[in-house]
Design a protein around this ligand. Structure first.
Ligand SMILES: Cc1ncc(COP(=O)(O)O)c(C=O)c1O
Length: 399
């Protein structure tokens, strides 16, 4: 790689702040010691604050996929029916996993250009008079497309038809970046992991669990061992784990939660929205198309950009990497080669974003992709007009 720091502008894993790296640079401690118990209690409480819940949160040494599996095996039984929406690649993977566990999935087809439609879910649930659906499973922020589903509206839709299905939400690329309220929105299982809004390396998987989901876990018929919530919750009460936890990632988690709370979750969410809007200002100026077509669903975490017909997104990404030492996200499955994704999450501010957008614009020019120059200026103008803090202008000294 070239000189200077590598720009990791993929939508997760996201760059790890120096402060978090330093916090993890510690000797490994005895995970049965009192010192560990204190760390365990602190991070379990900290995770509750980020999920915005007073209920239990469990932390697995796993990727997000493991936490998906934990949500399924702790609540459902083979043969159960669930309702899902094809928002993109990750919804499809979660659907395939559920099927492998013997779950019957009613998978509402989608065009990968918007979030889940609450009205469509409501209609399906209203028609399910026998309450065959045991769960509604939705991806909050579809990382493959840059579309965010409106979970509060989906909750309201479920409530309007008084359907008893569990609500399970993948918050893997939204938690800590997009407003998300496990308790207020009466989500039953929220699934997340460490390498996105938590700004940590990969390796921690999370489930936030409602009392209703906990009750389901006491009667469901799915075999499990490693992922069993009960086994985890018992030692968690004193800050411990049933098996060896990812000790040093937990040091990082303690620091990352402190950073999120010091900035204030509201400010964190507003920062992500501003950076996303500035990115879209650049993309629009270039004359390229944002993949997400529903403005209400624009993702604060990433922007997926469609290449003009005849231009390959992966070749373009290679030009950017080779020339400017920046990684952009690739298009996944259905949109492979057709889109590139700009991640603007976690440890990202105005200047980081402008540098990333500069790299994209120079890459477009070098790769000969038709575009209108000046997208960086458009992003700057957007950010200048909407300063993050007080908008008061500096007075000239002495005037
Ligand atoms: C929305 C979403 N769900 C699930 C996953 C899978 O997580 P992991 O790769 O950590 O297993 C990802 C990964 O990027 C994701 O973005």
């Amino acid at each position: 790689m070239g000189q200077g720091r590598h720009f990791l502008q993929i939508p997760g894993p996201s760059p790890v702040p120096d402060r978090v790296l330093r916090a993890m640079d510690m000797p490994v401690i005895d995970h049965r010691s009192a010192e560990f118990g204190e760390l365990g209690r602190t991070v379990l409480e900290g995770a509750q604050k980020v999920f915005q819940t007073s209920g239990p949160v469990v932390i697995f040494p796993s990727s997000g996929t493991g936490a998906w599996e934990a949500a399924i095996v702790n609540t459902l039984s083979p043969g159960d029916k669930v309702l899902m929406v094809e928002t993109g690649h990750f919804a499809t993977l979660w659907c395939n996993m559920a099927k492998r566990w013997g779950i019957e999935v009613d998978f509402i087809p989608g065009d990968w250009r918007r979030g889940a439609d609450p009205a469509e879910l409501e209609a399906k649930l209203a028609a399910d008079k026998a309450h065959a659906f045991k769960a509604v499973m939705v991806v909050h922020n579809e990382t493959s497309t840059g579309a965010t589903s409106r979970i509060a509206e989906i909750r309201a839709a479920i409530d309007r038809v008084q359907h008893p299905a569990l609500l399970m939400v993948d918050t893997i690329s939204s938690l800590g970046s997009v407003d998300y309220r496990h308790e207020d929105w009466k989500v039953d299982v929220s699934v997340s992991c460490s390498q996105k809004g938590f700004m940590l390396p990969p390796g921690l998987g999370f489930n936030a669990i409602s009392q209703k989901a906990l009750a389901a876990s006491r009667t469901n018929k799915m075999p499990r061992s490693y992922w069993d919530w009960d086994e985890m919750l018992k030692p968690n009460a004193k800050g411990f784990f049933p098996y060896t936890p990812a000790t040093n990632l937990l040091y990082g988690l303690r620091e990352a939660v402190a950073m999120l709370l010091e900035e204030g979750l509201d400010k964190v969410f507003a920062r992500h929205q501003r950076l996303a809007a500035a990115t879209r200002a650049a993309v629009n100026h270039w004359g390229l198309e944002v993949l997400c077509q529903e403005p209400k669903d624009f993702s604060p975490v990433l922007t997926a950009v469609l290449m003009p017909p005849g231009y390959d997104a992966d070749e373009f990404r290679k030009v950017v990497l080779d020339n400017y030492n920046m990684s952009l996200g690739s298009g996944l499955s259905k949109v492979a080669g057709k889109v590139f994704r700009i991640g603007h999450l976690g440890e990202c501010n105005e200047l980081t974003l402008l540098a990333a957008i500069t790299g994209v614009e120079m890459g477009l020019a070098v790769a000969g992709v038709p575009h209108r120059a000046g997208g960086v200026d458009a992003a700057m103008t957007f950010l200048e007009q909407r300063p993050p803090g007080n908008a008061s202008h500096l007075k000239v000294v002495g005037s």
